[in-house]
Design a binder for this molecule. Structure first.
Ligand code: PLP
Length: 385
């Protein structure tokens, strides 16, 4: 044995913090000294810096990514009974807020290669009641936005991008031009939950839009529906990004591209080790020369064929290798979201993926010896069966 390998974590936020501690601590201390804990100048500064980074006209910070989605939908003025189409294979927050607002969630299947919402399935699900589509850029890979925007235009629908997992990723349009995800739909949401690609040290989120009127409306909604102090024009919520979280985010934003690059580098090492394996499908969308920033690997997720996934999970755990199953149950089968409208035959991909996917440790600080140990443990397990 050579030098001892660092303990493998699903997400290693401690090592990441150690490298930027001076800047982050100074930024937090400034907030503490100023006592501007809520709506301090740093919140506005971070907002402006993120607008510039994304190339979007308006960033409206809020308390978390779930609120961001809900507020985006409130801003669009969606009404009870309006149908909102989203993916069956995603985190529940997406469908939760649709249901909370008494809109009707319509879950549709995903693509077996990208894991993102299936555009043909969206087409089939559109009815006269459909008002919006919520594509999720799952695991860091942009959804098929050109097709989705065209479909939305044809049917006069809103597009709300759930960008909680793909901040910093660029979408390549059919004409070759690029736009950062979150700046394409009518409105977008993101989350700054600590483990996300741009994470703070608590909860945080934001809404993005290029629409001036919608931005104005949303700025009131996040602040109790106030557009003028103590005048409440609409029913709003209290959803703020606090100054300490903004200080952390503003210190981390300049590193986001480097962080996403490190994720892609780790993904390339994983995919190289699993290349051409008959039982392992590695994630799509990875440029071997890193000339393309279209995938930011919030998760590195394998699709296994003819492998007992749950036995592999147990085996990795026995070797102190954490892993995750995102997501183990299709949303249309969750008690809270079942609906007689759903037909099992419409969800062949999600129904299969929940049994065959496994996400390996993915973060900005993965080391080569850790990746070697993880990949050889996976390969040895499959070879032994
Ligand atoms: C994390 C996440 C959210 C919710 O973000 P929170 O900040 O935890 O509320 C929403 N959608 C997706 C796809 C997510 O991954």
């Amino acid at each position: 044995m050579g030098i001892k390998m660092k303990k493998i974590q699903m997400v290693d936020l401690q090592s990441q913090y150690a490298k930027i501690k001076n800047v982050v601590d100074a930024s937090i201390t400034e907030v503490m000294d100023s006592a501007a804990y809520i709506n301090g100048p740093i919140v506005h500064q971070f907002q402006k810096n993120l607008e510039n980074y994304l190339g979007v006209k308006h960033v409206i910070p809020c308390a978390n990514g779930t609120d961001a989605l809900q507020i985006a939908m409130m801003g669009l003025g969606l009404k009870p009974g309006d149908e909102v189409i989203t993916a069956d294979f995603t985190f529940a927050a997406t469908v939760e807020v649709i249901a909370l607002l008494q809109l009707t969630p319509v879950l549709v299947d995903v693509d077996p290669v990208t894991f993102n919402i299936d555009v043909n399935a969206i087409k089939k699900a559109i009815t006269p009641k459909t008002k919006a589509i919520v594509p999720v850029h799952l695991f860091g890979l942009p959804a098929e936005m050109d097709e989705i925007m065209a479909l939305a235009k044809e049917h006069n629908l809103y597009v709300i991008e759930d960008n909680a997992q793909a901040i910093g990723a660029s979408y390549k349009h059919k004409d070759g031009s690029k736009t950062k995800v979150g700046a394409i739909g009518h409105v977008a949401s993101t989350s700054f939950f600590p483990s996300k690609n741009l994470g703070c040290y608590g909860d945080g989120g934001a809404i993005f839009t290029n629409d001036d009127d919608l931005a104005h409306k949303i700025r009131g909604i996040v602040n109790h529906g106030m557009y003028e102090r103590y005048h409440h024009d609409v029913v709003g919520v209290n959803s703020r990004l606090d100054s300490i979280q903004a200080a952390v985010l503003d210190a981390k934003l300049p590193h986001l591209d480097t962080y996403n690059k490190a994720r892609r580098a780790a993904a390339r090492k994983y995919s190289e080790a699993f290349k051409n394996h008959p039982n392992i499908i590695t994630p799509t969308g990875l440029d071997p020369n890193d000339a393309d920033d279209s995938h930011v690997f919030h998760q590195y997720t394998l699709n296994l064929k003819g492998v007992d996934r749950d036995a592999l999970v147990a085996h990795l755990q026995s070797k102190n290798i954490p892993c995750g199953v995102y997501y183990p149950i299709p949303l249309h089968k969750q008690k809270a979201y079942t609906d007689p409208r759903y037909n099992e035959a419409d969800f062949p991909v999600t129904n299969e993926l929940v049994k065959s996917v496994i996400s390996l440790p993915m973060h900005t600080e993965l080391e080569d010896d850790q990746i070697d140990f993880i990949t050889s443990t996976v390969l040895d397990f499959i070879a032994s069966k």
